[in-house]
Design a protein around this ligand. Structure first.
Ligand SMILES: Cc1cc2nc3c(=O)[nH]c(=O)nc-3n(C[C@H](O)[C@H](O)[C@H](O)COP(=O)(O)OP(=O)(O)OC[C@H]3O[C@@H](n4cnc5c(N)ncnc54)[C@H](O)[C@@H]3O)c2cc1C
Length: 484
């Protein structure tokens, strides 16, 4: 008898984790927009948060997660994350995953808003790369479809049954399955300054929305305070773990930025640090990370060191790294239950594209890799309980759209999104933006048109949610008053 088919959109940790737990008994296809190595998962530096030390407990991790999330998180989702987290990590270690150790014990880092060190890391600051590679190497029984961009979900009788994709030559390919899992990550590329990989532009969110899935908390976007900033451009992330090891944020004259702003100073929650830096930059100050107090910087942060060298930053002499805040992580997304199920039968969402309620209004650092692992397991666990017969699907064509659509220039759209939906937001500007985007059409006859269309849909969802939340909460900072 033929196996049930599982189609996974996205080759990051969440998609790979689900695939690993399903590949023995299911016919699993992973579709991914670029090469399989292109994802935010590959870029993750700091590590995975989990209560694994003797002095830690899931209860403490729960309370830190809730506090960072401004109590907007869902109790059951956080509970699942912090209690299943250590179990999932233990299982991975038994399967051969090794985390950094010191004196025979797991070496645990400290990051912002965590009350104690609980960040497992690999290769110093290369956790995401090692973890993704470890999982991908285990995927021996998978149908990989690289450079296929999902552009439309297919439904029959209200059930999700497949995905239409475009290859690099804009040729259409269609994949059918009994279970469709969106693991397509967040939306950083909506913004001109971001830590995110080039393929992460909100596609999965727009696909799900068009298929009738419910999305929630779209206004909550985390801006990371410290992106490497040179000649007006950002060049990737300088992990928060650098501040965890003693670095401080300073102005050109060496004065500390975070003193008297928050009791946790440089390790205050990300929204506080990002908003403070944004204000400083708006008033004309340049901001630097002073790494003088970080012991063995190059050993502890080899990937950051390589990036600084590649960009010829003279950090060894100056002990300074120029930084700027930028878009980093989406807390909201496609609403799911604790197993990644959406309101559309047959459609699941896991990882950053999903909103199970883990992060609330602001994510606690390093909780997202844990989420990808835990929810990757959970969706597989649920699918295994289902008895769905493999179907002979009728060929369902792509919805046709105008071949010469009216779409904005991508760079202009990114700039407008940064001005309107960036670190601070003004209701009048958001309303103006919604009028501006209403003039454009949707199109998906080329990858480029589909991507811009997805960005428009995703930006509209953020703008509408931001207008509805009239008070600031967590990462959503709304400014009231006269429009400038
Ligand atoms: C620089 C950086 C550092 C980070 N550091 C940490 C950290 O230390 N700890 C932590 O917990 N979190 C960290 N994060 C966040 C974390 O990496 C992500 O939230 C997490 O990896 C998301 O995993 P995912 O599997 O959901 O999605 P991703 O890893 O983003 O993968 C999404 C996949 O979907 C594919 N895709 C997208 N659209 C389409 C489409 N239309 N068709 C087909 N494929 C598509 C992408 O190409 C990609 O393969 C960091 C993020 C960044 C950017």
């Amino acid at each position: 008898m033929s196996k049930e088919r599982v189609i996974i959109v996205g080759s990051g940790i969440s998609g790979c984790m689900a695939a690993l737990r399903l590949m023995q008994d299911y016919d699993v296809t992973i579709i991914t927009k670029g090469q399989k190595e292109e994802s935010n998962s590959m870029l993750a530096q700091g590590g995975v948060a989990a209560a694994v030390s003797k002095s830690d407990t899931p209860k403490k991790h729960f309370s830190d997660t809730f506090q960072a999330g401004c109590f907007h998180n869902k109790v059951r989702a956080v509970n699942q994350l912090v209690t299943c987290g250590p179990v999932v990590i233990q299982k991975l270690m038994e399967e051969g995953m090794t985390f950094d150790e010191k004196d025979g014990e797991l070496s645990l880092g400290l990051e912002g808003a965590h009350r104690l060190p609980r960040i497992l890391h690999i290769g110093g600051d290369q956790t995401g790369k090692f973890l993704t590679t470890f999982l991908q190497e285990k995927l021996t029984n998978i149908n990989w479809q690289e450079q296929q961009m999902a552009i439309e979900l297919i439904k029959q009788n209200d059930v999700a049954i497949g995905v239409h994709c475009l290859d690099m030559e804009n040729q259409l390919h269609t994949y059918y399955g009994e279970h469709i899992i969106l693991a397509s990550g967040g939306l950083g590329q909506l913004f001109p300054v971001t830590t995110n990989a080039a393929t992460i532009s909100g596609d999965g969110l727009a696909l799900a929305y068009r298929a009738g899935a419910k999305l929630t908390d779209m206004e909550f976007i985390q801006f990371h305070p410290t992106l490497l900033f040179l000649n007006g451009r950002c060049h990737g992330l300088i992990s928060e773990a650098v501040r965890g090891e003693g670095a401080t944020l300073v102005r050109t004259d060496g004065s500390a930025v975070m003193t008297n702003i928050h009791p946790m100073a440089d390790l205050a929650p990300r929204d506080v640090v990002a908003a403070t830096l944004f204000e400083e930059i708006e008033t004309g100050n340049d901001i630097f990370l002073d790494i003088d107090a970080v012991a063995h910087f190059e050993e502890r942060f080899p990937a950051i060191t390589a990036s600084l060298d590649a960009h010829q930053v003279p950090f060894r002499e100056t002990k300074r790294i120029p930084v700027h805040p930028g878009a980093h992580f989406l807390m909201g997304g496609i609403r799911t239950d604790l197993h990644g199920k959406t309101n559309v039968p047959g459609l699941y969402a896991i990882g950053e594209v999903a909103n199970a309620g883990v992060h609330g209004a602001n994510r606690l650092a390093s909780n997202s890799l844990l989420e990808t692992l835990v929810f990757g397991e959970k969706v597989a666990e649920y699918i295994r309980t289902q008895e769905t017969k493999p179907q002979n699907n009728p060929a369902i064509p792509l919805t046709s759209h105008a071949k010469a659509p009216h779409l904005p220039d991508k760079q202009l759209l990114q700039e407008k999104i940064w001005e309107t939906l960036g670190i601070t937001r003004k209701p009048e500007k958001i309303t103006e933006f919604l009028h501006w985007i209403a003039a454009f059409d949707y199109a998906n006859h080329t990858r480029e048109a589909a991507e811009i269309s997805h960005m428009l849909i995703t930006a509209k969802l953020i703008a509408e949610s931001a207008l509805k939340r009239t008070e600031s909460l967590g990462a959503h900072r709304i400014l009231k008053g006269v429009m400038k």
